[in-house]
Design a protein around this ligand. Sequence first.
Ligand code: PHE
Ligand code: ZN
Length: 874
Amino acid sequence: MSTAETDAQIINPEMPDVPPHAPSKINLKDYQKPSFDVETVHLDIKLFEDYAQVNSTLKMVRQTIGDIVLFGESLELLSIIMNDKALTSEHYQQEDGKLTIYEAPDEVTLDIQVRICPQTNTALEGLYMAGSGDDTMFVTQCEPEGFRKITFYPDRPDVLAIFTTRLEADKRYPTLLANGNLVEAGEVADAPERHYAIWQDPTNKPSYLFACVIADLDVLTDSYTTSEGRDVLLEVYAKSADIDKCDVGMQALKDAMKWDEVNYGRAYDLDRYMIVAVSQFNMGAMENKGLNIFNTACVLSSPETTTDARSFSVKAIIAHEYFHNWTGNRITCRDWFQLCLKEGFTVYRDQSFSADQQSSAVQRIDDVATLRAHQFAEDAGPLAHPVRPESFVEINNFYTTTVYEKGAEIVRMIANTLGPDDFRKGTDEYFRRYDGQAVTVEDFLSALSITDDKIEDFIDWYRQPGTPVVSGSQTYDSAAQTLTITLNQQTRHVKGFDAPKPLPIPVATALFDKDSGAIVAEHMLLLDEATQTFVFENVASEPVVSLLRDFSAPVQLNYDYQDADLAFLLKHETNGFNRWQVTQMLVNRILLQSQGAKSSPDVYLEALAQTLPVLAADDAMLAARLLDIPSAQELASAIPQDYDPVLVKEQRDGLYQQVADKLKDQWATLYNDLPMQSYEDSAQARGIRALRNVVLDMALTANVEGAADWAQQQYDHASCMTERFGALKAMVNHQLPKANHYLTDFYKRFQANDLVIDLWFSVQAAADDVTPDVIKSLIAHTDFDWNTPNRVRSVIGAFSSQPTVLWTAEGLKMYTDVIKKLDDANPVLASRLLQVLARWNTLAEPRRQMAHEQLTDLRKNVSSKHVLESLESV
Ligand code: PHE
Ligand code: ZN
């Protein structure tokens, strides 16, 4: 892509309507082994006031024929020496971020000197400065291709090397960290204001797992003795003001270390495990070997400043990054097409860990809700891609819910098909065979199939995009006492891919006796053809069939139910997840009438009214979840064409109102039966807090007398952020007269805490009555900062959840202006924010046209590969 072309597009609007630049695609089928391996790397990073000098020494050995290919971006090359001989431009070629060295001998030592500028690096990849003024720190982010912004290197995951890192900086930054073990530290000769540290990582690793930190941080320390008897030093680094918010994370780390030993037989392999909190970070966290770097939002937690939901996700993310040490680091990906190899498996592992920490039903509800809300929507739009993509322009665009969450669902289907013992045999085999290697999804499946070669058939789940729709019906033959279930599967044909074929879909099924409500038969049906019939014998009377129990496969289910069957299942299903799933089916049938679904709300409302009071006393967390009505975005993912996001939202809100009204007489009792108590971090206490917030919002929706006072009381006497923020959110969303007063109070109380101020921004930006002017004033606020992704997301991300504002000419213009603004400064963030508009081409008119205009204009004004690839459908 050349900028000349971009300019031409802007200057000459009459240019033909073809993509202005077709950034080149990388294809899985073109994979080739690197011609050289790297044995050792010595990296020497000297940080100065306004630049950094990076010297590297690479020992490389030839593997196959071919030139040496190094990658480098935004680097100023000072010198390059091969086997003691300075190279000049006739020995190498530099083009498109690649440095190719010709005619290299089989064994090579390369000395490379470059200069970089971390101080002005706003993309937050490579080595960058976070913070501002006197309060700065330097950290790295190398996955997927950030290392090439630090120095020239064969920056690809299948090149593994032993790293030694020397860091040197002003003593103003006392904290100097890199991967592995600290081998030496001291003062710099001739520069008394400077110091250095040398770190050595004994494990072979790809460059994307490199990390270093140059900062002034406090540290919380602890220790853990592994099942193999290794004493590990555990450290969580944060700013001194935040160090009191690190113990939740520390405890989660120890729990995760233990869990991996018990459940997968995996122990930690180094003497030190470090976590560093940074306030500017594009993603959640990063699993660098022995030195994880975390977005502050994903590691800091305290009852006063962090909601229960956030705190729970802190634990899950700590566990996720820790689990990567085996699934990702010791066994890594051969190439970036295999990203799901580490992410899908690791998400499955962190979900299982979390399920062991709380009610497993609620964990499954939350995981499925996320999948349905985000992944199903992605699969329904033009950016739909296989869990293992076959081509990409910019790999950063593929850190998606499809790769992560759908990837985890595939591992779950495999685990459930094998059962716990054979799954463990398979994972043991995977670790035994591939430890220390960079491998593929096929390798993973081949290890997991040692007890059952049918597992290899799951490869098609990795190759085929789109959410399968499973439809079905039943017939009962009372004379023969047989029940016949017919199921069929269909997946939409996504443009650019082969015609879809049937996938192996495990459908967990139970037959319930209508009279007793008991289960009379249970089976895992395997639907692996387009249409199949399953016959159950000896069925004494026509049962109610429960399908896809525990969400046994990531599919949409349309079964020929009567509403009464669903109400029956809501009552008799044996676990909380399945009961929740029934409510979701009912809601979908009510709200998606236009898609041929048919249900009146009465059955649903009646069933809720009966279930809720009992459940509230029994399992408050589950009761809170049963009141979930899917978001407009999730509902829309079931509408293939001509969907009107505003209409869907209105209908959704309408049903919410009906629920609130139906139970109007109950909210006061429910609320009062959930008294506020002093803070406790137990599952029961969290359940009560969650339900109380839901009930409060319902009561305000139904205009229950006195509910506004409950909200104020709850805020004033809150024992923790879950209570305080729940009350604030309700006041803002219901536009209570005192809402502004409380917003001001909230701001004053927490002014010094960025993460809480993010909540303050988001509650306003996501408010039900938000307008473009409110968004504009939030962006103009002195605390708004384009360079802090958390802050940008707290306003822009929150605003995009309000379809009534987003999908208007003005909203779309504002939104695309944000993308334009971020395109150059932080293309990863820009492209991720843009995904919200991905389904523009299935909107109903006139919105489709409106979106098309804005996106066409956007495409002419951006130049990052990231954003351009996301605009390919425009
Ligand atoms: N690999 C990280 C994780 O899933 C996510 C990440 C990707 C972080 C890219 C930064 C950049 O744990
Ligand atoms: Zn991950």
